[in-house]
Design a protein around this ligand. Sequence first.
Ligand code: RRO
Length: 311
Amino acid sequence: MSNLDLSGQINGQQFEHLFLNASGVHCQSTTELDDLLNHPAVGGIVTKSATLEKRDGNPAPRYYELADGSINSMGLPNFGYDYYIDYVKQSHAKPTILSVAGLSAADDVQLLHQIQASDYAGLTELNLSCPNVIGKPQMAYDYAGTEALLKEIFAFFKKPLGVKLPPYFDLVHFDQIAAVLNQFPLTHVNTINSVGNGLWVDVASESVVIKPKGGFGGLGGRMVLLTALANVRALRQRLNDSIKIIGTGGVKTGADVFAHILCGAELVSVGTQLQVEGLSVYDRLTTELSRIMADKGYHSLSDFRGKLKTI
Ligand code: RRO
């Protein structure tokens, strides 16, 4: 099992191992990012989405673990752009993805100008899908707005850039977002962000479980696996081959990882289950995935990537 090839590539950058963290989990501080990079089964890291200035985020409690996943309304707590660009500019043994999230389209443009002007040469990911900033809708649900923003960005941004997308739920919406994204030289899309604005009700206390926004928050973990797989699959069927897909959402077992790859994911990131289980989740997932691949006689992810059968 140890000689399996679990690698993937984005924009020619080799990720020796397919696993990443999902942005937001174990990636706010440099210590957490170092932990991830030092783990042998982690192929690379994604930073917490950086805003122009440091933010404390929403009031606690703002993350709650459910039997089958999680609900969060963190509100973009992060140490600010300077902190994360300093980190990714250092020399690391594995690829880095700098996630950025403006609080407005103008902020997005400014963040990307700063990256363009820096000497960072790695991957950047623009988060178009944070569901938790009060009063700020998720940009990627506005197709015309996303197109206009990407047009403005690619007029000056010449470095490798991908986007983080929210989940879509209608086949026409997959067509619409793919038609926008295919106009641009994106390196990748990362799909899905949390399923925005769910609500958990604790019946015993007759209460919501997180404080911000009256209890509404983004859903993650196993309960979103089917939505995540649908988004990976539908986008893989529609996007240019050059735009790779990072599959995010609902991964709890090696079989879930296998399913993401079958749907077309190049790499797979782990969010809620990393929060629940800690870094050892990557060892378990590697063992479980490797066993499935060995049983099926597969040697590399490319043996089955995107090869989901239909009936
Ligand atoms: O910080 C958050 O509340 C957050 C972000 Br930026 C995001 O992209 N997705 C999410 O579930 N939470």
